[in-house]
Ligand binder design. Structure first.
Ligand SMILES: [Zn+2]
Length: 342
């Protein structure tokens, strides 16, 4: 993958390339801002490729075949480190930043740029942020730091003020759909649905496109929702069934899987609401399932759909990573609300 393949982030890519074009020394610290899945990590990795490529093209693209490009693609380049939030942690702590510091002050193994890409900057603990700030204040030569976060307010102003800030806005769904069709050979309708569901985040859509299991789980969940008895007596069983379907997703924490299924469920009720209100099927998130949706939308009142959507969104917020809310209880309350509210 090269910089030109990054979907819909032409502006950020052009700015990064301009450093190389001017043959200026790139700045040492960057802050990439945008929602998760919008292309920040992909762009950072490809910038690292370009900086270290042995044979970049005249259009300032990494060659993708030299030793360095292959090592970055494979995740084993000794000078390019992706610092991610450990799976079992909710914060990026001082240990992770200490490791960065130790490594940054040693010389580069392959003699070019050392690049540190720090994901989920919004989860840096105060101690970790202070340690990072110290590194950014006196960056070692030939070291480049790219911090990723959703919004400017998510990182301490002392850090943001030392960084070149690049914005990664949500991508148009037509662009994402076309990319999914071409790269992943998806049918038009599924590509369009995934692009709509992704809300402008190609990474989210690509994850689903790549992973048949997620697609199957989404299908199973939508089928189940379409046949769910609207009866408060079914609430506890519904909560269990919802968790069971979510648990079939692979990888990640249980809470992430629940969050993913809450998003799918929201898209289902949002589509039914849309059909009730306007009947414009072109705007459906689950466009590939439109025949099924059109058959059932009249069974639900507007009040029911509004309230179901609100309840789902509230539960989604309650179960954000880092919260201590009891997950089972939250789902049971959610289904009691939804199924009692026709
Ligand atoms: Zn190369």
């Amino acid at each position: 993958m090269a910089l030109r393949d990054i979907v819909g982030q032409e502006k950020a890519v052009a700015i990064l390339k301009s450093y190389i074009k001017k043959e200026a020394t790139p700045l040492h610290s960057y802050l990439f801002l945008g929602p998760r899945g919008v292309g920040k990590t992909t762009c950072a990795l490809n910038f690292a490729k370009l900086l270290n490529c042995e044979n970049p093209s005249p259009e300032y693209e990494p060659c993708d075949v030299c030793r360095s490009c292959k090592a970055i693609e494979g995740g084993y380049h000794p000078d390019v480190q992706l610092v991610s939030l450990p799976l079992d942690k909710r914060e990026l702590g001082i240990e992770e930043i200490r490791q960065v510091r130790q490594s940054a002050y040693t010389s580069s193994a392959w003699g070019r740029w050392k690049v540190y890409i720090i994901e989920r900057g919004e989860t840096l603990t105060r101690e970790a942020a202070d340690a990072l700030l110290k590194i950014l204040e006196e960056p070692p030569q030939h070291c480049l730091f790219i911090l990723l976060a959703p919004n400017i307010g998510d990182v301490p102003p002392t850090i943001a003020s030392r960084c070149q800030i690049l914005h990664f806005p949500p991508v148009r769904k037509e662009l994402i759909a076309r990319f999914l069709e071409e790269r992943y050979n998806l049918g038009k309708e599924l590509a369009y649905s995934l692009a709509s569901l992704s809300e402008g985040r190609p990474g989210y859509a690509i994850n689903i496109a790549r992973d048949e299991k997620i697609r199957k789980t989404r299908e199973e969940l939508l089928n189940w929702l379409a046949n769910m008895p609207i009866n408060p007596d079914y609430a506890l069983q519904a909560a269990q069934e919802f968790s069971r379907i979510a648990s079939r997703l692979e990888g990640g924490e249980e809470r992430d899987k629940i969050q993913q299924c809450l998003l799918f469920a929201s898209s289902f009720f949002r589509d039914l609401l849309l059909l009730r209100l306007s009947g414009k099927e072109g705007l459906l998130l689950n466009y590939d399932e439109r025949e099924k949706l059109k058959k059932i939308y009249k069974n639900y009142s507007l009040t029911f759909l509004h309230s179901a959507l609100n309840t789902l969104q509230r539960t989604y917020r309650l179960l954000q990573p880092g919260s201590n809310v009891n997950q089972r209880l939250a789902l049971e309350v959610m289904f009691l609300d939804i199924l009692g509210g026709r």
